[in-house]
Design a protein around this ligand. Structure first.
Ligand SMILES: Nc1ncnc2c1ncn2[C@@H]1O[C@H](COP(=O)(O)OP(=O)(O)O)[C@@H](O)[C@H]1O
Ligand SMILES: [Mg+2]
Length: 325
């Protein structure tokens, strides 16, 4: 049985650009799929096709049990959407915006009011509740946009880069909100450029590049393919590279890479912070002076590098175009 969000062979072209080149997805009910990819990969186009805002050239999609192409109105009634194109009325206050959404969804006025109060509180907007939205900062708008998507709890939600442009505190706040939402049974498709975010929130991850899903799996599975954590060391003196490399070999789970000009050595490891402490002690014992040392998890770039053999392309102009001001 197909999941709450199901897509097969979605293709969408814009002139010469093949934005989607056969996207397949299957998201089981009550789970979170993180759609991960660099700018221009096709994330937003996928979301727009699944939320009836855009018709694919070919392929099919079923959302909340209904065919997106045959039954768009019914799909729209069963989904919530927040993202790079969702609209907030500039001239209304935050409170009015949220109440209006509630009324659009046929809530009673009293109920819509109460829900607005709750969400303003949750998103730390109570103080600004009665100011016109046009006076809000970028981060505040972003939060209001997300709150608007949560006025009703539809069975299926889409969030397009919900935390891009949020500071760490608000990112954490949003993560908590999302976790609560999902524990209530909502199926969520979330796009992000951050592996860390998918890590916190998603049951499964689909990596998209050039309009195709190039890998799927849990975050752990993707990281395992990328080789797990790495220790990075920058030695103070070039002469120490060789002996540092010997130390790392003793702890590593794979080959040590050396960037000579930066005096930097990197090795995949398994063992976390405890192992890091041992590496530091061993370097110290041998009198190797270090400028910097750290443990890092694979980044999106590492995952991309290992999946595609090339560093993810970045297309910043698109980011600019889509950015919520
Ligand atoms: N309306 C459009 N007109 C022309 N090209 C578009 C349009 N929307 C998206 N594209 C192109 O399709 C590709 C995928 O874009 P998009 O889905 O927005 O990627 P992402 O959300 O992953 O950054 C990009 O090359 C982008 O320039
Ligand atoms: Mg996008």
């Amino acid at each position: 049985m197909p999941g709450a969000i199901y897509a097969e062979g979605l293709v969408k072209t814009f002139g010469d650009v093949r934005a989607l080149d056969g996207v397949d997805l299957d998201v089981p009910e009550g789970t979170v799929l993180g759609l991960l990819g660099p700018n221009g990969a096709g994330k937003t186009t996928t979301v727009r096709c699944l939320t009836t805002l855009l018709n694919p050239d070919s392929g099919s999609a079923v959302v909340a049990g209904m065919d997106v192409l045959k039954n768009p109105d019914a799909v729209r009634r069963s989904i919530g959407l927040s993202g790079q194109f969702a609209a907030v009325d500039e001239y209304l206050t935050g409170r009015e915006n949220l109440q209006m959404v509630g009324q659009l969804y046929q809530m009673r006025a009293k109920e819509a009011k109460a829900r607005a109060v709750e969400l303003l509180e949750q998103f730390d907007l109570t103080d600004a509740a009665d100011r016109p939205t046009k006076t809000y900062s970028g981060g505040m708008r972003r939060r209001l946009d997300l709150a608007a998507a949560l006025v009703v709890s539809p069975p299926v939600m889409f969030m397009d880069e919900p935390t891009t442009g949020l500071d760490p505190r608000n990112r954490q706040l949003l993560w908590d909100v999302i976790k609560r939402l999902v524990s209530g049974g909502t199926t969520l498709l979330l796009t992000t450029q951050y592996l860390e975010e998918a890590d916190h929130l998603a049951h499964d991850i689909a990596v998209v590049d050039h309009g195709r899903v190039i890998a799927t799996g849990t975050s752990d599975q993707l990281k395992a393919r990328t080789g797990g954590e790495r220790v990075e060391v920058v030695v103070h003196q070039r002469e120490d590279i060789q002996s540092a490399s010997e130390v790392l070999r003793g702890f590593g789970k794979g080959e040590t890479t050396v960037e000579d000009h930066m005096r930097k050595l990197t090795v995949p490891v398994a063992g976390g912070a405890k192992l890091l402490a041992e590496v530091i002690r061993e370097l110290d014992t041998r009198g190797i002076e270090i400028d910097d040392i750290g443990l890092r998890r694979p980044t999106l770039d590492d995952v991309f590098l290992s999946l595609t053999g090339h560093v993810a392309e970045t297309k910043d102009e698109e980011n600019g175009k889509e950015a919520v001001k």
